[in-house]
Design a protein around this ligand. Structure first.
Ligand code: GUN
Length: 295
């Protein structure tokens, strides 16, 4: 029987721990600035969920909504203001940005100390070197799901489908570290990979993060592998009331019959991203407070 790896439950336990910790803070609460530029419908949903989770945990959220045609200068001015604002511990710039904005330039404007998404090159460099830093939330969530279910990547072949800066590359950096919960042998596959199936079939742990609905089929998966599905794709489903549904990058039903454990969509990796964002925000708050406490 295939085990379901329920990020929904793991994230609930992380959020509960965070709430308990936040309740002990006297005085100012942790603060997260959430910035949305433009009208991307999925981004609006994510930002709404982040705000709600902040409210549930006792984190103060500061929402900033810029129009689709906002300029880079306007966004830079906003980010610089938030960098200097002592009530703000973390800054979340929701991606994707409108195409006239240079995403790297905007992300680089965020102070590394407030970069709770772990996207600033300084923090990515630290992550690669195994230094303590903010870890990008989705790959951090993948690591935490495996830890929760006692699946140790040490010595295992982890194959990651997708080389994005948000998931594939930082996940590879986390998996390969010489530290508990990691120590994996890592392969990253992407759109130019040849003989893909021969590589995915070697995976002890297969992570799909390519954004193509139900791309990973049973023939690509080794018997008994652990399969982690990072994809969240909305597809037409005329049979449903809504007319659409969410599916992952993995053909869940057929892959379940081969895998020993698998994350469902929804309820798998998705809820972990926000939980880890909250954890990073609390970490940023504590680091931000510490110098003040020591005065
Ligand atoms: N868009 C999709 N995933 C993410 C994420 O983890 N952080 C931000 N800021 N934007 C995203």
């Amino acid at each position: 029987m295939t085990k379901q790896l329920l990020g929904k439950e793991v994230s609930a336990s992380i959020r509960a721990e965070l709430k308990t910790e936040i309740d002990t803070f006297t005085g100012r609460k942790p603060g997260l600035a959430v910035i949305l530029v433009g009208e991307n419908p999925a981004s609006k949903v994510y930002v709404g969920m982040k705000k709600k989770t902040c409210a549930d945990l006792g984190i103060e959220s500061f929402e900033h909504i810029l129009s689709q045609d906002a300029t880079e200068d306007e966004l830079v001015a906003l980010l610089n203001g938030l960098n200097a604002d002592d009530a703000v511990d973390g800054i979340l710039l929701q991606l994707p940005l409108p195409s006239h904005m240079d995403e790297d330039k905007m992300l680089n404007t965020i102070s590394p100390e407030k970069d709770v998404d772990g996207f600033h090159p300084q923090n990515v460099g630290k992550l690669l070197q195994g230094q303590r830093t903010f870890k990008s939330c989705t790959p951090y969530g993948v690591m935490e799901i495996l830890k929760f279910y006692d699946i140790d990547p040490a010595g295992k072949h982890v194959v990651i489908l997708g080389r994005s800066n948000i998931v594939g590359k930082p996940l590879a950096a986390m998996m390969v570290q010489k530290e508990s919960g990691a120590n994996a042998t890592v392969t990253i596959c992407h759109s130019r990979t040849q003989n893909l199936e021969s590589i995915t079939k070697q995976a002890d742990i297969l992570v799909a993060a390519i954004g193509i609905p139900e791309y990973v089929t049973a023939s690509m998966v080794k018997e008994g592998a652990v399969v982690v599905d990072v994809g969240i794709n909305r597809v037409d489903a005329p049979e449903t009331e809504k007319g659409s549904k969410l599916v992952g990058d993995v053909a869940y039903d057929e892959v379940s019959s081969v895998a020993s454990a698998i994350t469902p969509v929804p309820g798998g990796v998705g809820p972990m991203t926000i939980a880890m964002l909250m954890k990073n925000t609390v970490t940023a708050f504590k680091e931000h407070q510490a110098p003040l406490d020591s005065i």
